[in-house]
Write a protein that binds this ligand. Structure first.
Ligand SMILES: NC(=O)c1ccc[n+]([C@@H]2O[C@H](COP(=O)([O-])OP(=O)(O)OC[C@H]3O[C@@H](n4cnc5c(N)ncnc54)[C@H](OP(=O)(O)O)[C@@H]3O)[C@@H](O)[C@H]2O)c1
Length: 519
């Protein structure tokens, strides 16, 4: 007898990434509310969600928390300026008025216990005034050294319900960087877990909120043609590029402690790697997806010191010119030591030791002051096994490449050879291209919009789980250890601004008979 499969919706294991996204009224408490992230990303994203269809509930509430003695009015003005300048949805005075009614400010010095008690009383009062039922999302948009302190004091003030099954919810969103290495990430996890259960913690990596990043899953698992060839038999290698044209832009102090390896590779680059490499999950429930991503990280062996010398390159941008503009070198930036060894460019070759990917290198490169701002994942396929065209003057066939552009101009392109019209056999490489902008019109939602909404509805699929974060740090720690132990095997090489990084980055991939994509 045939047993009917339970539908996706009926089976909680297979739920997640679903259409039904009803937001319960809640308060979002933003720590670091007077900061850059809040003004440029968080408040504009919340406003755009309020302007979306369906909109956020009209009683959605925001409490900004920071040190300076602002009034509600001053904070609302700051928020309004941010919305006008940065929100995806156009500014609408009537909508703003409704939205702004739910915004208030609470001055808290992060080490002042009494202030947390005042904040908690304010939240209880707002619950009554605005009908938010005790539902709270705490967003840590502060310098990371405060994360633990804020959470402990919130817990002590009784602001958090440590449960996922109560009548109301408490959730915590934590910004990157999450720890400085594996040990500090584990310590932070343990500290946060004293106040919030793991299922209440949402570690944000905004890359996962980008449309094209989610589209990697749809492309792979929603189409019949790609997955069968998504293996070592057909794929030669994978290249992941996250390039920025800007320098550290006043964040030299932070960058001195982080460097590109910690700032970009530990999170965005490894997240992209896991999405490209993971096995199909049994469903899109958060833990099923994250289980598969963690397995990829566990299949990447931490590099030995010799492997670090062989498989990584680090660089730092020097002073120079971009077009007609003179730009400082990293060591001349504010807050940076004049002899700083910090990496602003990293290239790495990663081996995923499992059945699907054995022998298929993943080349990662990321850096600042590169020629353009561009992020993409490119799958380079193997050449045909036999060149029929070898005697036609067309035997230099280019390999097929499937590239997924994450920013800017989100889209997907497939490169393949075609015969150029004419009597002779000339083969030209052409692109079959899909662009989000021209296909769907309008701008896709900002990554933060997607992720904030996910947290409001309790969907943690696109947030990193505790074990994922720790596994990613283990890989990064091994590279950092190699650099520290044998600094001369892998010196920080200066590169000119506006170039694709140090010379060694080219040599490193050319040794394998491959080259970086020209982007
Ligand atoms: N900016 C971005 O684009 C971006 C992107 C990704 C991740 N992040 C992460 O997001 C976090 C915030 O970044 P940001 O650029 O917004 O930082 P920021 O502009 O320096 O803002 C820091 C915020 O923390 C508050 N603060 C600092 N010390 C405090 C204290 N002792 N007591 C009370 N409030 C205090 C500041 O309040 P006062 O102004 O009142 O002192 C301010 O609101 C960081 O972890 C960063 O790594 C930022």
């Amino acid at each position: 007898m045939l047993v009917e499969n339970p539908s996706v919706v009926d089976n909680p294991l297979r739920a997640g990434l679903s259409e039904t996204r009803t937001v319960a009224p809640c308060i979002m408490v933003i720590f670091g509310a007077t900061g850059d992230l809040t003004q440029r990303k968080l408040l504009p994203a919340l406003y755009s969600l309020a302007a979306d269809q369906p909109p956020l509930p009209a009683n959605f509430t925001v409490v900004g928390v920071a040190r300076r003695p602002w009034s509600d009015e001053e904070f609302r003005q700051y928020a309004e300026d941010g919305v006008k300048e940065f929100a995806r949805q156009p500014y609408d005075p009537a909508l703003w008025e409704t939205f702004a009614k739910g915004i208030s400010y609470c001055q808290v010095e992060f080490d002042d216990d009494a202030a947390y008690r005042t904040l908690t009383e304010k939240l209880t009062q707002l619950d009554q005034e605005r009908g938010t039922n005790g539902n709270r999302i705490f967003y840590l948009a502060t310098p990371p050294r405060y994360y633990d302190d804020i959470v402990q004091r919130l817990g002590a003030a009784g602001a958090v319900e440590r449960t996922t099954t109560g009548p109301s919810f408490s959730r915590l969103i934590v910004e990157k960087p999450f720890g400085h290495d594996r040990e500090s990430a584990m310590r932070l996890n343990a500290e946060l877990n004293q106040v919030f259960k793991e299922d209440q913690i949402y570690r944000i990596d905004h890359y996962l909120g980008k449309e094209t990043v989610q589209n990697i899953l749809v492309l792979r698992f929603g189409n019949g043609i790609f997955e069968p060839i998504w293996t070592r038999e057909y794929i030669d290698h994978v290249q992941i590029t996250v390039a920025e044209s800007i320098g550290v832009e006043g964040r030299g102090g932070y960058y001195e402690e982080a460097g590109t390896l910690r700032d970009m590779v530990q999170n965005h680059m490894l997240q992209l790697t896991t999405l490209v490499a993971m096995e199909p999950p049994a469903g899109f429930a958060a833990n099923l997806v994250r289980d598969e991503k963690v397995k990829v990280l566990h299949a990447i062996m931490p590099m030995s010191i010799d492997e670090v010398a062989e498989c990584t390159v680090r660089g730092q941008y020097g002073p120079g010119w971009i077009g007609s503009q003179e730009v400082p070198g990293y060591r001349e930036e504010k807050g940076v030591a004049p002899n700083s060894p910090t990496d602003t460019f990293v290239a790495a070759k990663i081996a995923i030791d499992n059945w699907r990917w054995a022998g298929v290198p993943f080349y990662l490169r990321t850096g600042k002051r590169l020629p353009k701002r561009i992020s993409e994942v490119a799958i380079q396929f193997k050449r045909p096994p036999f060149s029929l065209f070898r005697n036609t003057g067309a035997d230099e066939l280019q390999p097929n490449i499937l590239s997924m552009r994450i920013q800017p101009n989100e889209g997907i392109a497939l490169k393949f050879g075609v015969k150029a019209p004419g009597q002779a056999m000339h083969i030209r490489t052409m692109n079959m291209e899909f662009l989000y902008g021209s296909s769907f019109g309008g701008e896709p939602p900002e990554a933060y919009e997607r992720l904030l909404l996910d947290c409001m509805v309790g969907d943690s699929t696109l947030f990193t789980r505790r074990d994922e974060t720790e596994a990613a740090w283990e890989l990064v720690d091994a590279i950092e250890a190699g650099w520290q132990t044998e600094p001369d095997a892998n010196p920080v090489e200066l590169y000119d601004p506006g170039t694709w990084g140090p010379r060694r980055a080219e040599e490193f991939i050319e040794r394998d008979g491959r080259s970086w994509r020209r982007l």
